[in-house]
Design a protein around this ligand. Structure first.
Ligand code: GNR
Ligand code: NI
Length: 176
């Protein structure tokens, strides 16, 4: 198992649309395990493969609270079959947009079909934080970030801030 570096805004990799997984094999399970390790290390409650630079339709989630036993979930080729008309609002964050949080409104529950880590077809009716997290991660597979769901004014502010941070990190841009 290994911890992989996270891709951070404004890296254009985050805007890629990930490709369906064709085979659930040892290589894919290794990537899922590395993603879980990377997510626990961060720490975060979810991670999409594109956040570690792998444009594959794969995501992991673990909503267990501190002190509870781990509850890792692996979702391969997830598809939203149905979204509730009822909405709910959560304060979201993203490991690819460190230390920025904003309220996002999404369907309160979703029915999702996916393959599990054994390649078996599964279906889940998710509510609460699981519904929000699944939608946040499935957005990543489509190159969508949670800041795409907030006002343009706030989004432009956070993108500008991260552009500047990235620029300040480029070698040769030092002052003094
Ligand atoms: O760790 C995370 N927390 C979180 C909180 C509210 C809604 C969504 C999330 S997902 C995020 C990790 C992440 O960036 N996944 O893509
Ligand atoms: Ni995210």
């Amino acid at each position: 198992m290994s911890i992989k570096p996270l891709i951070i805004l404004p890296d254009p990799v985050l805007r890629q649309v990930s490709k369906p997984v064709e085979r659930v094999d040892a290589d894919l399970r290794k990537l899922a395990d590395d993603m879980l390790e990377t997510m626990y290390d961060a720490p975060g409650i979810g991670l999409a493969a594109i956040q570690v630079g792998e444009p594959r339709r794969l995501l992991v989630i673990d909503l267990a609270k501190e002190g509870e036993p781990p509850a890792p979930h692996v979702f391969i080729n997830p598809e939203v079959l149905e979204s509730s008309d009822q909405r709910s609002v959560y304060e979201e964050g993203c490991l690819s947009i460190p230390d920025y949080y904003a309220e996002v409104e999404r369907p309160a529950s979703v029915r999702v079909k996916y393959l599990d880590r054994d390649g078996k077809l599964q279906e889940i009716k998710a509510e609460g934080l699981m519904a929000t997290c699944l939608q946040h991660e499935i957005d990543h597979l489509n190159g969508v970030l949670f800041i795409d769901h907030i006002s343009k004014l706030k989004r432009d502010m956070v993108v500008r801030k991260f552009r500047k941070l990235a620029k300040d990190k480029v070698p040769g841009k030092m002052v003094g």
